[in-house]
Design a protein around this ligand. Structure first.
Ligand SMILES: Cc1cc2nc3c(=O)[nH]c(=O)nc-3n(C[C@H](O)[C@H](O)[C@H](O)COP(=O)(O)O)c2cc1C
Length: 138
């Protein structure tokens, strides 16, 4: 699949030694089996601008912030429904615009594989930061 090919190229050619070193303890590599196993792949596109009926371009504002917030809500809704998902951003992602035939004012933003969790799932044994490390009360 195209996303897996891009991921393979990223790991082998695009990612820096430092990046690969930072990922080492997570045990990830270019194999993204979930892209083939998940029954649904949601591809989110952002629209940096619109065309009006005369074909003139009009800028949209706060596009990354808005689409990022919408994705957060979608991810929470997916989890709330008892399904699982994760955030995937193969780089570059523009092939998705081509293969999905999207108009030229859309840019691929995020890929979310969605489904039920696998019976046996292996995840790295890492902890989230405690609240007081990321939030300050005044
Ligand atoms: C915005 C974003 C994009 C990501 N893109 C990729 C990616 O393209 N490839 C990858 O292997 N991991 C990527 N990751 C990391 C994985 O999705 C990671 O397994 C996942 O965030 C862990 O899930 P959790 O945060 O629910 O524990 C990304 C994470 C974020 C937050």
């Amino acid at each position: 699949m195209a996303a897996e090919e891009e991921e393979k190229r990223s790991y082998e050619e695009r990612m820096s030694e430092e990046w690969l070193e930072d990922l080492k303890h997570l045990g990830t590599d270019a194999n993204k089996d979930f892209l083939e196993i998940a029954p649904y792949l949601i591809v989110v596109f952002k629209r940096p601008f619109e065309y009006d009926k005369n074909g003139a371009k009009h800028q949209n504002y706060y596009v990354n912030e808005s689409v990022g917030l919408a994705c957060g809500t979608l991810i929470s809704a997916i989890h709330n429904a008892g399904l699982v998902t994760l955030t995937h951003t193969p780089s570059p992602m523009r092939f998705l615009e081509k293969i999905l035939n999207r108009p030229d004012n859309e840019r691929a933003f995020l890929l979310l594989p969605v489904g039920y969790n696998a019976e046996k799932t292996y995840v790295p044994n890492i902890k989230r930061k405690p609240l007081n490390e990321i939030m300050k009360l005044y």
